[in-house]
Write a new protein. Structure first.
Lengths: 298, 370
């Protein structure tokens, strides 16, 4: 399978601050990819680079084998739902669907109509008066009905209440299953992603900390607990991600391709949320650079 | 893209159409009475040399309300003045309300992310918007101008023949008449619109972009008359004081100033400067000593040309008898269209440069919203 997003040493600098640096990724097709990291980690920057809203400062990026937003054909292959689901406040729901039909050669009018009907969107209503959940749904409808191969969603549920959040993600998953589309969605909440993603990328401090299929990641990470001892005593192929110690006990999160056989450790599995948090914590620990100004992009 | 452009532009288009209709109705309503004065003054049916005098009669009738019972003194002046002002400010209004928000609103609301991620490149998005709305801007402004020109045709004709009174004194080269007639409104409209769009793209917020558009456009409008005389090569001639209709006037010291009113052999010429020269063609800046006793006392304290009385005429004759003539720099009437093309071309070129910059800026893909 070809990569939906392939980057090589990709970087983006705003004035003197690198919002994203040294990002090398190859995201295979057919996944629902969760892009997770704290606010200002570079998620939106990566998404803006992938949608061609920004040009990179350094490195390369290819989306579905092409340069992002380089021509109409490339634009047609990528559906994008921007943060806060921007819509034209003065235009009605029907106008937005008409906009989609006029601006996209591959527009699936039937799909758009069905979705709008199923979601209970009033065609005559102005987009400016829709609820947050409805806005997100309408914006998603626009992104899906152009029949993209890749759907990129930037914090799609961040502004939604828990119920709308659940509904949105459920609907998204159904659409993804029907249409065989690859998805990249970002969130700063792991709990949002846990239920829907089968591939995860952790961004922290403007760098990629972890990337891979969720199943593989869970299979190769272990939580070790046992009497307090120096983590350096572990075998070389075991990589310690985080370690916490009490007076008598040590708890380690380690990455190891094989099982950890040392009988001194009690080995247990690790959840996605703990895993992601461990990598974020690791990213924050070595260099809490005071100069790191977090770029928050709208 | 054409549909979206129209859908987003619809309200502004309707507003412009309504303004144009109101303008046309007001002038059409004022036309019969203007036409009445035109005919009653005899100017409409004049022949040959009689026209010059009748032109003045017509203009004087207009300035005094046409002598029609019940008509206040100034309706023609008000209509004439306001109609010219409308054409003058239309490009600024277009730049402010059509140009500045065009991109800035999209950036403010974040909708550029929606617009630029449909299957249409941002280059095409901008090209269609600029082309359609730019053409509308030029068409609306020119329509204002043509309607006004139709209404004011008798006034223009009379002023061209030397008629002059109150505000009806500008020839077609006038500071207010030139940039509102002919093809110059097209250039100003294109420039105003492109300026607004560019300001919106750079400032990213509609309201400040509107203010900047207004400031720069007003400055352009203010400074253009200063360079207009040199937009096309000028002609020069030297003639007697009498032939140029000049009057001696004095600035302090006493310095000599000669204000010509005509260019011999070139009716309707636009006089850019007129200066006293001696027989050798060298500039003369003082009144000959022999003529000094003829300088009226009012000249010593007040500057400017004399209005009446035998004094100035005697002074004119005295200065002329000392061999002082008038050197004129002017644009002959035949330069009207070359000047129109030059000024229009200048603003169209500016508009194109701004447009080119917008395309370039949009495709640099720098961060557009904070």
């Amino acid at each position: 399978m070809t990569a939906v997003i392939q980057t090589g040493e990709l970087g983006k600098r705003y004035h003197k601050t690198w919002a994203l640096a040294g990002c090398t990724l190859s995201i295979p097709a057919g996944h629902v990819v969760g892009l997770v990291g704290p606010n200002g980690a570079g998620k939106t920057t990566l998404i803006n680079l992938a949608t061609g809203m920004l040009a990179p400062t350094a490195g390369t990026i290819e989306v579905l084998g092409g340069r992002p937003a380089s021509d109409p054909a490339q634009l047609a292959r990528v559906g994008y739902l921007a943060q806060d689901a921007p819509l034209y406040a003065g235009l009605s729901v029907a106008d937005h669907l008409r906009l989609g039909a006029h601006l996209n050669g591959g527009w699936d009018a039937g799909l758009a109509r069905d979705r709008a009907g199923r979601l209970g969107l009033d065609l005559g209503q102005k987009a400016g008066t829709l609820s947050g959940g409805q806005r997100a749904q309408l914006a998603l409808t626009l992104a899906i009905a152009k029949r993209p191969e890749l759907l990129i969603l930037d914090e799609p549920v961040a502004s939604l209440d828990p119920l709308a959040r659940r509904e949105f993600l459920q609907d998204l998953m159904e659409s993804v299953a029907e249409q065989q589309v690859s998805v990249v969605l970002s969130s700063h909440l792991i709990s949002d992603l846990e239920r829907v993603c089968d591939y995860v990328i952790v961004l922290a401090g403007s760098r990629v900390r972890l990337a891979g299929p969720v199943d593989d990641l869970l299979a190769t990470h272990h939580l070790l607990s046992g009497p307090r001892r120096d983590p350096a005593s572990l075998p070389g192929e075991v990589q310690v991600i985080t370690a916490s110690h009490t007076d008598v006990q040590s708890t380690l999160l380690v990455r190891s391709s094989g099982p950890v056989l040392d009988p001194a450790w009690a080995v247990s599995g690790v959840g996605l949320e703990d895993l992601v948090l461990a990598y974020m914590k690791q990213a924050a620990r070595p260099a809490p650079r005071s100069s790191r100004r977090l770029e928050v992009q709208k | 893209m054409i549909w979206l452009t129209w859908r987003q532009f619809r309200a502004q288009a309707i507003t412009a159409a309504a303004a144009l209709a109101a303008f046309a109705i007001v002038l059409a309503a004022a036309e019969p009475s203007l036409s009445g004065v035109y005919h009653s003054s005899g100017f409409a049916s004049c022949h040959g040399a009689a026209c010059t005098g009748l032109a003045s009669t017509f203009i004087n009738d207009l300035a005094s309300g046409g002598g029609i019972a019940g008509v206040p003194e100034t309706p023609y002046m008000i209509v004439y003045f306001l109609s010219v002002v409308v054409i003058l400010i239309a490009p600024a209004i277009i730049g402010i309300f059509w140009g500045a928000p065009l991109i800035a609103r999209e950036l403010e609301a974040g909708t550029f992310r929606l617009a630029w991620n449909q299957s249409v490149t941002r280059t095409r998005w901008l090209a269609v918007k600029l082309a359609l709305i730019g053409v509308a801007a030029m068409a609306v402004t020119e329509a204002f101008s043509l309607i006004q020109a139709w209404w004011a045709a008798p006034i223009g004709k009379a002023v061209g023949l030397g008629g002059s009174g109150s505000i009806f004194s500008e020839t077609r080269f006038g500071v207010f008449v030139f940039p509102t007639h002919g093809i110059t409104p097209l250039g100003y409209a294109a420039f105003g619109f492109a300026l607004g769009v560019t300001a919106g793209l750079l400032v990213r917020r509609a309201i400040p972009a509107m203010a900047i558009t207004l400031a720069i456009f007003a400055a352009a409008q203010f400074f253009t008359p200063l360079i207009r005389p040199n937009l096309f090569p000028t002609s020069q001639t030297v003639a007697t004081i009498a032939a140029t209709g000049a009057n001696v006037s004095l600035t302090a010291n006493p310095r000599l100033a000669l204000t010509a009113t005509t260019v011999p052999g070139h009716p309707g010429a636009w006089i850019i400067s007129s200066d006293g020269v001696n027989a050798a063609g060298q500039p003369v800046s003082t009144v000959p000593a022999a003529c000094e006793p003829l300088i009226p006392q009012t000249f010593v304290s007040h500057r400017g040309p004399a209005t009446s009385g035998p004094g100035p005429n005697a002074l004119n004759n005295c200065v002329a008898s000392h061999g002082i003539r008038v050197a004129e720099r002017y644009q002959p009437a035949s330069h009207y269209w070359p000047l129109q093309w030059s000024e229009t071309g200048m603003f169209l070129a500016l508009a194109l440069a701004l447009t080119w910059y917008c395309f370039w800026r949009l495709n640099r893909r720098r961060r557009l919203a904070r």
